[in-house]
Design a protein around this ligand. Sequence first.
Ligand code: F6R
Length: 607
Amino acid sequence: MCGIVGYIGDKMAVPVLINGLKKLEYRGYDSSGVAIFNNSDLDVVKCKGRLSALEEKVIPKSLNGMVGIGHTRWATHGEPNDINSHPHISKSGNIAVVHNGIIENYMKLKEFLQEKGFKFISETDTEVVAHLVEYHYRGDLVKAVKDTIEELEGSYALGVICKFHPDEFVAARKDSPLIVGLGKGENFIASDIPAILEHTRDVYILEDKEIVHLKKDEVKIFNILGAEVKKDVFHVSWDVASAEKSGYEHFMMKEMCEEPKVIRDTINPRIKDGKIVLDDIKITPGDLENIDKIFIVACGTAYHAGVVGKYIIEKFAKIPVETDLASEFRYRNPLITDRNLVIIISQSGETIDTLFALRESKKRGARVLSIVNVVGSSIARESDDVLYTWAGPEIAVASTKAYNTQLTALYLVALDLACKQGSIDEETCTRIIDEMRELPSALEKVLADKADIQKFASEHYNAKSIFFIGRGLDYALSMEGSLKLKEISYIHSEAYAGGELKHGTIALIEKGTLVICPMTQDYLLEKMISNIKEVKARGAVVMAITQEKNKEVEKAADIVIKIPDVDSVLAPVTAITPMQLFAYYMAIEKGCDVDKPRNLAKSVTVE
Ligand code: F6R
């Protein structure tokens, strides 16, 4: 979603801002802009399209200022065009604002400001913020921003500069991420860490309704009451290379190739003397006696991981689990009580629907355990217990390695709960733990054998519609395989439970329709073979994904992608990768921008 970068220091601000914004391109955007102090003026340059279009517009202007704010916009209010792009300026042109999020009461504020003589030129909600800061401004920019955010409803990360304050700028946030980068003689704001990583690894993570006042040698943070807040510096442990392509053509391929490593990183520190030790999860056997139901809540790919989580927590820990889409959960008045555990899953830790579902759950008394990738993110900070997935930065919009680590984390949680419940015997637990440790090397083999998938994609990339079918855990996997394909290759696709297809959707299967079948569940193999026969009888071409040992699948499917022989219960971690690779190669064959698919954003910080 939108990206923000702000800079104050001794360097030329324009290249710092544009390079920073380039590091946020993965979040998705359709226009961009900068506002810079240029001599004694405040210059704003912005336009629709990629950052290269902005660069072309900026260069002839010779903007030499050393203070500025920049933005990439993902349109919500008003189409992507030059006027709706950020920064937005106030009536007098003295104040410029960049904003991520949605101002929900902007219509009311707009009417108020129009009555006071402010004229609006864009269709955006953000423009009200620029005018409102000007309305409140009496010579103190921090106070003007504070008075402004007191009137805002909704979500925001804001960067504000003012012509009368050439040596400072102000930022604030609520429900939309914003960090402050701390340099030597220079300081930054950004909506995500990669934007500033080449300059500093020391950051402050802002909390809701905090206001930060930046000068080149000083950063002060205030709460909404105006009191100064002292914060710990957060040191980012990963380096620039983790957020670069490192020789790969696309981030998505790089991130799939990292799967063995990140699975290892997620498992290894949590296994001590052959036992699972989740230091960060404080749930005791006594606490579990009071938990009669678990909800898993998430969006998109993280939700699909949650569907796997339901199967495995019920299997091992014997506690009923309901899996919910965060955007639905929040508004359906869920029957949550203090006898429930809510597991929240999120790569970014900032997805607004998921964050609000977390808050709703806490309000109703539930304990919240989150499985999150981004350290220090809002979801991590607001949860009772956090289990980090050590996937490292995920830049490609389509989630790959984060999904595999979310599954891995869910296995750890399921086994941990099962041990605390006494619902698993030691021998089974030890066997599963041992097999989990084999997952990284199994994944290495899957990644080494990608040629067949690439060839199959080169023969089928013109497909108009593709079905994914599976049973049990393979149904959960089918949902994720289908999502991956449609989001990056734009091919229509649907996921169905193998046994459900004949209740309607089989009407769409005709000669040449492609059907992808993950088949990793031993006890469901025969049933799936029957389902393959049903679609093949109607002309479908079938690609199956199964463990090497399942020779009988070869007779049923047109092509079989073999994965190493891992236990059925753990197979989702290895079986998803061929589907991720399939989506990738289909998108490449079609000439799509795999890392930045159309209309999508990495971190969805609006409802
Ligand atoms: C798909 C994808 C999205 C995210 C979803 C939730 O590849 O990336 O479906 O999974 O927006 O995002 P997080 O996990 O950051 O909450």
